[in-house]
Design a binder for this molecule. Structure first.
Ligand SMILES: *Cc1c(COP(=O)(O)O)cnc(C)c1O
Length: 435
């Protein structure tokens, strides 16, 4: 009897030939692999760069192939899709992108999404059901807080939070309270927090989780790594299970696209892939192609932006119209935050908080006098951006919570780009003169 799924006689799936990741004993770095990993020019007429695959669907070699691919897509057979099926599930540009994105954190898998928020929403929908509890660090990106509290709240999911800088004891206490309330589905972190820049001790969270749960009850730890990843922080190495990205920011890096990503082990990402297949939150091929181009210069861009930020922050900190600069490079030696930084981070990033002497009037005068830096929300682009959180991104946050988080009227949020550092300092000097 013949097995209808035996494809040994059928033409093999035209998989890209494997890309080398080492030369002899020498391991190649992610920075090098961004140029060509996972793309086989012989599948695309010898094109050096991947074409953009603008197609809604893919032709099967045979009906048996079609069936087998669908078994993979639907999870009827483990191992995932063996071939391309339909563009809501996957496509060549997204597959190449995911193959490269995971390399930065040396993860098994990556998934890409139409935005950072659609990545987070797909993650939460996968792991939460009515009655469940989410434990999270606070504050979170405003839309993430809305999603957890207001939207999932409608479906009977509740939450408990601990402050970003919490100690092991504080985390233990919140986890214990959450366990009393219901099944803990997920531990969700964001580090550094926006706009406080407070770092979360991922190792302490992982230890707290491992002490409080065993076996199949262990909730995954997901962490929004948008601000420092993937160059300056790789939280999977500190015990997180899923690293979350708004690829709109540093990864995309040119303020010209919106996308999201999740990076982690196959065990945690496979169920999310099934959810993405169902609800269609995958990144589109054109955006995936742009991200491939962005990743080629990720290390260059982030390194330059980080070097610029050091110089700009040194300048700003010494200015007499400046109250303080909330920058990860200026943590007090010996403090708990400095200890977390030393264990978790390899760089201070290029997004920081500038507190001017005065209030809204001074902050607005400064922003309105900028020449090179643009007055816009968002971060991680090649160009420097500045905004006033109290009046813009965090306008709807209640006053007392604003106060607790240090979101005062004199706060300016700055994301440094890759311009010449002396030009940026001249721009800030000029704007401070106008205050
Ligand atoms: C921008 C951002 C998001 C949301 O990403 P989008 O791509 O805008 O959907 C989530 N988390 C953080 C930390 C962000 O900065």
């Amino acid at each position: 009897m013949t097995d209808e799924n035996d494809l040994s006689g059928a033409p093999a799936k035209r998989a890209p030939k494997p890309s080398p990741t080492s030369i002899g004993n020498h391991q190649l770095s992610a920075q090098t692999l961004m140029m060509g990993f996972g793309f086989d020019p012989s599948l695309s007429e010898g094109s050096l760069k991947p074409p953009i695959f603008l197609t809604s669907t893919f032709v099967f070699e045979s009906a048996a192939h079609g069936k087998r691919f669908f078994e993979g897509i639907t999870g009827k057979r483990p191992g995932g899709a063996e071939g391309l099926v339909y563009s809501r599930f996957n496509g060549p540009n997204q597959e190449i992108l995911e193959g490269r994105l995971r390399l930065w954190e040396e993860a098994e898998e990556a998934l890409t999404f139409s935005s950072g928020m659609s990545a987070i929403a797909t993650l939460l929908l996968t792991y939460c059901k009515p009655g469940d509890v989410i434990v999270h660090s606070g504050p979170l990106y405003a839309a993430t807080e809305t999603l957890i509290a207001k939207i999932l709240g409608k479906f009977g999911v509740s939450w408990f939070d601990f402050p970003s800088g919490a100690t092991r004891e504080e985390i233990d206490a919140v986890v214990a309270k959450a366990k009393e309330k219901g099944r803990v589905a997920l531990i969700y972190l964001e580090s550094p927090a926006n706009p406080t820049n407070a770092l979360v001790d991922v190792e302490a969270v992982a230890a707290a989780r491992d002490a409080a749960f065993s076996g199949g009850d262990k909730p995954p730890i997901a962490i929004d790594n948008t601000f420092l990843g993937p160059l300056w922080a790789r939280p999977l190495a500190q015990g997180a299970d899923i690293s979350v990205y708004s690829l709109t920011k540093y990864a995309g890096g040119h303020s010209d696209l919106v996308a999201g990503g999740l990076v982690g082990s196959k065990k945690w990402l496979d169920p999310i892939r099934m959810m993405r297949n169902t609800i269609g939150t995958i990144c589109d091929p054109n955006t995936a192609w742009m991200l491939l181009r962005s990743l080629e210069t990720l290390e260059l861009r982030m390194t330059r932006a980080g070097e610029n930020a050091v110089k700009v922050c040194e300048y700003l900190r010494g200015h007499d119209k400046v109250e303080s600069v909330g920058y990860l490079g200026f943590l007090e030696p010996g403090s708990r935050q400095a200890d977390i930084y030393n264990r978790h981070c390899s760089g201070a990033g290029s997004t920081f908080s500038l507190y001017l002497k005065g209030g809204e009037r001074e902050a607005f005068a400064f922003l309105d006098a900028l020449t090179i830096a643009h007055l816009a929300v968002s971060l991680g682009g090649t160009e420097t951006l500045a905004s006033a959180p109290a009046a813009m991104t965090h306008l709807s946050v209640p006053d007392e919570r604003k106060q607790a988080l240090g979101i005062t009227d004199n706060l300016v949020r700055i994301s440094i780009g890759v311009e010449n550092a002396d030009d940026l300092i001249a721009d800030f000097e000029n704007a401070l003169n106008a205050v």
